[in-house]
Design a protein around this ligand. Structure first.
Ligand SMILES: Cc1ncc(COP(=O)(O)O)c(C=O)c1O
Length: 376
């Protein structure tokens, strides 16, 4: 057996909890995927393009027409004019993040990751021979700017941010961006990877994007996911946006990692963008969030604010003093609902008795889960 390049990487918690849910017939509010049908219009476009000549390699960077439509979307949403050459269609946000890190981060450099963090950031940093510096967000999931600044040095290449945030559902306010801009002006070599896969899923406040921050956006790689936006997590199609100079390097890796992304999916998405209004997504998910929160209001779970994404974090300390991992196992096996323990998103395994529910589910599924959770 040869040495492992990723000795600390095992099966992800999402796979583990989904398998446990299946084994015990529990409702799976653990893994973040919708359980309702996709828009019939998208399905119709997929069937239509599948009957056409769409089955051979797409261009390396993605279909020109799809990229042009995305430039329009970015302009309409955020008032930023980008060239279509600044867009790369990727095999989901995961590949965008992996490719970016492989292309831009050198051995010995450092990458700052803010915990609790989604789980696909650290492994590519390690594979690049670099060091992940995992820093906690505050207890309200705000960036701790003093701590971040204290950890910046001449080796720091990249800061990864995620807004709207998985797992907390927190979204950034103007003051967060102002602090980030100040920091980046003091560290002119620092690049930013902005994971904005839940950009269209916000409720009381609209999403503010790095696209809107002219002082720093040319130093950023901004990542989006059609999987989250169009309820098609299994298609694994997303995109990134960056400056021409960064794109040159990113394309070199992309070319030999995937060369190009699923052509049929790109054609379907290209056609669908003519019909869909992404701005309806917030109210669609807000109804689900409100339904889920209302249903749990008399439970013993304490619900934290949920401003964006499709996750609800709950504190269970009134129910159990177990670790969050043990509590999630008990919840799945004894009570029939699977959730994700937040400690697994923390490098230091910090356990604040918090678990994450995914409410991207039908009302019937949510009601069934609510009934079970209210009995605990
Ligand atoms: C914050 C965050 N980033 C990236 C991803 C990966 O997105 P994709 O499925 O498009 O690769 C996810 C998926 O859950 C996520 O929650």
């Amino acid at each position: 057996m040869s040495a492992s390049k990723l000795p600390n990487v095992g099966t992800t918690i999402f796979t583990t909890m989904s398998a446990l849910a299946q084994k015990h017939g529990a409702i799976n509010l653990a893994q973040g995927f919708p359980n309702f049908p996709i828009d019939p219009q998208l399905q119709a476009q997929l069937l239509r393009v599948a009957n056409e000549n769409t089955h051979q390699y797409a261009p390396l960077q993605g279909l020109p027409s799809l990229r042009t439509k995305l430039t329009k979307l970015i302009d309409e949403q955020y008032g930023r004019q980008v060239e279509s050459d600044q867009i790369l269609i990727t095999a989901g946000a995961t590949q965008a993040i992996f490719t970016t890190i492989q292309a831009l981060v050198f051995p010995g450099e450092e990458v700052i990751i803010l915990d609790p963090s989604y789980d696909c950031y650290e492994a590519p940093v390690q594979l690049a021979g670099a060091k992940a510096i995992r820093l906690p967000l505050t207890s309200t999931f705000d960036p701790d700017w003093d701590l971040i600044e204290a950890n910046l040095n001449e080796r720091t290449k990249l800061l990864i941010i995620n807004n709207p945030h998985n797992p907390s559902g927190r979204i950034w306010q103007s003051s967060d961006f102002e602090a980030l801009e100040k920091l980046m002006s003091r560290f002119p070599n620092l690049l930013l990877l902005s994971d904005e896969v839940y950009e269209f899923i916000t409720f009381e406040h609209t999403h503010q994007s790095i696209h809107q921050r002219s002082a720093i956006r040319d130093r950023a790689i901004i990542v989006s996911s059609f999987g989250k936006t169009f309820h098609i997590t299994g298609w694994k199609v997303g995109y990134l946006v960056c400056s021409a100079a960064l794109m040159t390097e990113i394309l070199k890796v992309h070319q030999f990692l995937v060369f190009c992304v699923n052509s049929v999916a790109q054609h379907a998405l290209d056609a669908y963008l003519d019909f869909v209004d992404v701005n309806t997504l917030g109210s669609f998910y807000q109804q689900k969030r409100d339904f889920f929160r209302q249903g749990l209001k008399d439970s013993r779970f304490e619900l934290l604010p949920a401003e964006g994404s499709y996750f609800q974090v709950a504190n269970f300390s009134k129910i159990s003093s177990k670790s969050d991992i043990d509590f999630c196992q008990e919840l799945t096996i004894e009570h029939g609902v699977a959730a994700i323990p937040i400690s697994v998103f923390n490098a230091d395994a910090r356990d604040l008795s918090l678990i994450r529910f995914c409410y991207a589910k039908t009302e019937a599924t949510l009601q069934e889960a609510i009934d079970k959770l209210c009995k605990i």
